[in-house]
Design a binder for this molecule. Structure first.
Ligand code: HEC
Length: 249
């Protein structure tokens, strides 16, 4: 909602398969007034809050451990410039035993060098990691990605009212993946959702819907999307046919 950027309160609950109920934090300066820059950086990259609580990784800190030091600092500087919005957020509640298990997850951040932007593959791997492409596009068993199926799709998401959505195979396999996609087509595929008409589409019950964050990624530059494309060409091609939409709609 325009005017609420960073104010939090987004609820993620059991209906989405989470082991508890989570509310996104208020990260405007009003919500973080007591936090030092270092404490914010530690939360993003290490998963520990100011009060020393381990966060549930719906906040994807395990992947942000790979953030370069310069990018992590830039994010802290940026969220300090958000409009302060005073808004109380209810505490998140975790089920037993997950509430105890997650205490083992946080690890201290080791500052990372910036990715080499002159190498599209290296830069693309970095961007893909931060954007969570492999996380969503790889099937997992008991929380671990299945070996040999990296980026081969088929991870299932049950979207309330829309049914089951499965992530696409984005390996370079030409029959079942994106092997025959030219670079320009790949970039265009991300541009479409940025159009004003698509952004404002109302959600309807029982219609195909996706959790692929198309609109979020639509603002990436050609350089960034081209680098992700270059990186995805280097992933091992896997033959895996995925039915993306199998909802009730
Ligand atoms: C939150 C989970 C999620 C994340 C993160 C995610 N995807 Fe997806 N993606 C999906 C799902 C689910 C689909 C299938 C539904 C659809 O096409 O919208 C999909 C579809 C796609 C497709 C469409 C393939 C086709 O045949 O049209 C491409 C390409 C793709 N994703 C690439 C990416 C890339 C590149 C990234 C990282 C920048 C990424 N995705 C991040 C869940 C995700």
């Amino acid at each position: 909602m325009p005017g609420t950027e960073g104010a939090g309160g987004e609820r993620l609950g059991k209906e989405l398969g989470f082991p508890g109920t989570f509310y996104a934090a208020n990260i405007t300066p009003a919500g973080l007034s007591q936090w030092s820059d270092g404490e914010i950086l530690r939360a993003i990259t290490g998963g520990v809050t100011r009060s020393g609580r381990a966060m549930f990784p719906v906040m994807p800190y395990p992947r942000y451990r790979a953030l370069s030091e310069a990018d992590a600092e830039a994010i802290v500087a940026y969220i300090r410039t958000l409009t302060p919005i005073a808004r109380e957020i209810p505490p998140s509640q975790l089920d037993f035993p997950v509430n105890l298990l997650i205490r083992t997850l946080p690890e201290p951040y080791a500052p990372q060098p910036s990715p080499d932007r002159s190498s599209p593959v290296a830069y693309g791997r970095y961007l893909a990691t931060m954007a969570g492409c492999p996380v969503c596009h790889t099937r997992a068993e008991r929380g671990k990605p299945i070996q040999g199926m990296e980026c081969a799709g088929g991870a299932a998401f049950d979207v309330p009212q829309a049914g089951r959505v499965q992530s696409a195979n984005i390996t370079p396999d030409s029959d079942t993946g994106i092997g025959d996609w030219p670079r320009t087509f790949f970039i265009e595929r991300f541009r479409d959702p940025a159009s004003a008409g698509t952004r404002r589409l109302p959600l309807r019950d029982r219609r195909l819907n996706t959790i692929m964050p198309w609109t979020m990624f639509a603002g990436m530059t050609d350089e960034d999307l081209g680098a992700i494309y270059a990186y995805l060409r280097t992933v091992r091609p896997v033959r895996n046919q995925v039915a993306r939409f199998t909802g009730p709609g």
